[in-house]
Design a protein around this ligand. Structure first.
Ligand SMILES: C[S@@+](CC[C@H](N)C(=O)[O-])C[C@H]1O[C@@H](n2cnc3c(N)ncnc32)[C@H](O)[C@@H]1O
Ligand SMILES: [Zn+2]
Ligand SMILES: [Zn+2]
Ligand SMILES: [Zn+2]
Length: 734
């Protein structure tokens, strides 16, 4: 039972490590991008704590076979909980309303002949190299030999509304900082030459034209002064049409100079570079596109930004060279006779899109491309980065740069190899050790083992508000529901979907809709007029369906996290409507590593795992009703997390408090709760109960010390031993 065997410090530590580089711990996620994936180690920990007796620190690194146990996920997304259950041998049932999610999980689970996949993928790269390889070559400025372009950098241009002259929208002229490269690279605002300088603070003159170098550009706060007539132009302006770009720099890789060269290679594009782009654009203009989608971008909470920038169709988010390469890639893929391989490559193409579009930015510090989904939205920058479509090999088995076919193929192959032989990473005295968990595997069937084995996998592309699983048939529901309006899954994933649906071999009929948007999607969305009521009613329906499907006392386990307690109230309503009680609220780090700062403040990285059951026991000492007592429980959580090396921020503490408040509100309301109450009434009742428990402000007062001095939290670790779970008398049945 989770309530007994879960180990917060152990799992928190693992989850924290995993979220720093999730691909190293769970390479399977590289099959295709999905948003906000929670750590796989957390779900493995939860499943083992529930179904395997014993010390989690030991069971975690052993192989298990939980055949006969059925685990369902009504919001499978990228599939993290289901893959963990499948790996442990459970039968799995997954639902997602989004066809992309369904497809991604299917591809993660699907069998793949890895050797055949690699062969075909290599053929694709060779074929592309013949057709368009030259468009990704440049001349090395040092040795004059032929070199590979890593990134083409482009600046947005604008037509002055007064004098009609075109000018660049430079937000700044610093192309590269002196972190990964020995010097700073500054673009001359007059002649465009790239100047390498030691110290970017002291003023310098351009080596080529003698003009003073600036760091700050003219484009700021959506305003840019026309250098020709002085008119202050406002951008974006959709009336100007699709944004236009001018190639301003190239970062390349010269294998010839590399052994003797410090840092990166940058150059201003020369005549040949510009002519090659022109040629690629001409080739593209002469092609009849068979696979490049013509779909219009519908309005939306996230897509409105694209429309404001003048993008009307998805295809306008790519430049001509990208469209040419992507169209050719699609043609090769659709000609693949083997369905399994065709689908794998189609999935790759869909994932490649996020690096092969003109919304990718260039990280001037890390000197790499930031893909379109590096944040959960469509941010439009002024400097864009075009990656080499083919990818560059360093000739020693590694690759140079990111965002090309080579990178995608490599990570996909690694993902599928991990499915065949999954591993954990153990941290021993500061060293990481890869531990293969022999006997476990991810998939539906294993043909190559001595005796072929099958696992039951049922995936549905449907709204789980409509799911009708047989009653008392499921041993656990393990899920990560949408966190109200945190991520607009459908709006974002349509960017890939409009391409993928044209090239997959067979789709189980799930790709017939032109968009992945659905009125029943359980996310707050202003454009689709979905508010808290829609979210509450939908979640309640799903939880009711799940509660019916669960065996008596079996858990519904889910992660949740929001900076606003208002977004937690619907989940309390859902649990109460489903006739469940929350028997534990467990904190665990779950957000991206990028948001982890040692002395960080603000946004929380901590999720609450809610464990809910129709019947069972809860430790008596966890049932409290005063803010002081709640603060005491929160403090225990803080200690446990710190024991797992988590450095907590004020925001984290708040999310942990919310978790307990919601758990306790459910506990105190469960007897008087009436399903027939109107939803607005239910929301008010939970809200009142939260206030009665003191709310955030009530509990906060008793945590002032912990909150005011984040570093002092560490000292609390050794303050007192966690009171262990006691016997019968310490537990309250429900
Ligand atoms: C937070 S994501 C799940 C993430 C996932 N656990 C992972 O690890 O990647 C939530 C998912 O709920 C799905 N969803 C939203 N409304 C739904 C509905 N009515 N029925 C089924 N799935 C829904 C979304 O499409 C999204 O994939
Ligand atoms: Zn060279
Ligand atoms: Zn100059
Ligand atoms: Zn002008």
């Amino acid at each position: 039972m989770i309530e007994k065997f879960f180990d917060i410090p152990f799992i928190a530590d693992l989850a924290l490590h995993e979220k720093q580089i999730q691909q190293n711990y769970r390479p399977v996620i590289a099959v295709h991008k999905w948003f906000a994936r929670r750590p796989g180690t957390l779900f493995r920990g939860l499943l083992l704590a529930e179904f395997v007796e014993g010390n989690l620190r030991e069971t975690f690194y052993k192989a298990h076979n939980l055949k006969g146990i059925t685990v369902a996920d009504p919001f499978m997304g990228g599939g993290t909980p289901l893959l963990e259950a499948n790996r442990l041998g459970c039968d799995i049932i997954g639902y997602d309303i989004n066809p992309m999610a369904y497809w991604v999980v299917r591809q993660e689970i699907e069998d793949l002949d890895l050797a055949a996949y690699r062969r075909t993928a290599e053929m694709l790269r060779n074929w592309l190299n013949e057709k368009i390889g030259l468009f990704y070559r440049t001349r090395c400025v040092k040795c004059n030999s032929d070199a590979h372009v890593k990134y083409f950098l482009w600046v947005k241009t604008y037509r002055c509304t007064e004098c009609r002259e075109t000018f660049d929208l430079f937000p700044g002229y610093l192309l590269a900082q002196n972190r990964r490269h020995p010097k700073n690279v500054i673009i001359c605002s007059a002649c465009g030459e790239l100047n390498e300088v030691e110290d970017r603070k002291t003023a310098k003159l351009c080596f080529a034209c003698g003009t003073g170098l600036n760091l700050a550009g003219p484009a700021k706060h959506n305003r840019c002064t026309c250098p020709n007539c002085g008119k202050v132009n406002l951008y974006p302006d959709a009336a100007q049409g699709t944004p236009r770009h001018r190639m301003l720099a190239i970062e390349y890789h010269c294998p010839n100079c590399k052994p003797r060269h410090m840092g990166r290679f940058f150059k201003k594009p020369d005549e040949t570079d510009l002519a090659r782009y022109k040629k690629a654009a001409e080739n593209w203009a002469q092609m009849d596109a068979m696979y490049v989608p013509g779909d219009e971008i519908p309005p939306g909470d996230e897509t409105d930004r694209l429309l404001r920038w003048g993008y009307r169709r998805y295809r306008e988010m790519f430049n001509e060279r990208q469209l040419l390469g992507l169209e050719l890639s699609c043609r090769f893929i659709t000609r693949c006779p083997d369905e399994e391989i065709r689908n794998a490559l189609a999935t790759n193409l869909s994932d490649l899109l996020r690096y092969q579009n003109m919304l990718c930015r260039y990280d001037t510090m890390a000197l790499k491309s930031l893909d379109i989904f590096s944040v959960h939205g469509f941010p439009v920058g002024l400097i864009q980065c075009e990656s080499n479509l083919l990818g560059i090999s360093d000739g020693k088995g590694s690759h140079v740069g990111s965002g090309g076919w080579l990178n995608i193929i490599e990570k996909y192959a690694r993902a599928k190899a991990y499915c065949q032989e999954p591993f954990e990473i153990e941290h021993k005295r500061g060293r990481k050790e890869r531990l293969f968990i022999k006997g476990e595997w991810i998939g539906k069937c294993r043909k190559d083992s001595v005796t072929p084995e099958d696992k039951k996998v049922e995936l549905f592309c449907a709204s789980s508000t409509l799911c009708t699983l047989p009653s008392a048939s499921v041993d656990a529901v393990l899920t990560d529901p949408p966190y109200f309006a945190n991520v607009q899954y459908a709006e974002l994933m349509d960017f890939c979907y409009v391409w993928l649906r044209r090239i997959v071999a067979e789709t189980d009929g799930i790709f017939h809709k032109p968009s992945t948007r659905d009125a029943d999607e359980l996310t707050g969305n202003l454009t689709m007029e979905r508010g808290l009521l829609h979210f509450t009613n939908g979640l309640a329906k799903v939880f009711k369906n799940m509660a019916r499907a669960l065996k008596p006392g079996a858990p519904l386990i889910f992660t949740y996290h929001h900076n606003n307690i208002g977004a937690y109230i619907p989940i309390a309503v859902g649990i109460l409507d489903a006739g469940l009680t929350c028997s534990a609220s467990i904190p665990c780090p779950a957000e991206m590593g990028a948001s982890i700062h040692i002395n960080g403040t603000g946004s929380s990285i901590i999720d609450t795992v809610f464990v809910c059951r129709s019947t069972g026991t809860v430790p008596r000492r966890k049932i409290v009703s005063s803010p002081r007592e709640i603060a005491e429980l929160v403090r225990e959580d803080l200690e446990q997390l710190q024991a797992g090396n988590v450095k907590l921020t004020r925001g984290d503490v708040r999310c942990i408090v919310y978790g307990h408040l919601i758990r306790l509100a459910i506990w105190h309301l469960r007897e008087e709760w009436k399903i027939k109450w109107a939803t607005t009434e239910k929301l008010k009742i939970v809200s009142r109960e939260l206030e009665r428990l003191g709310g955030w402000h009530g509990v906060e007062q008793f945590l002032s010390e912990d909150l005011s001095q984040a570093p002092r939290c560490r000292a609390l670790i050794v303050r007192e031993e966690q009171v262990p779970y006691g016997g019968q008398l310490d537990e309250v049945p429900f």
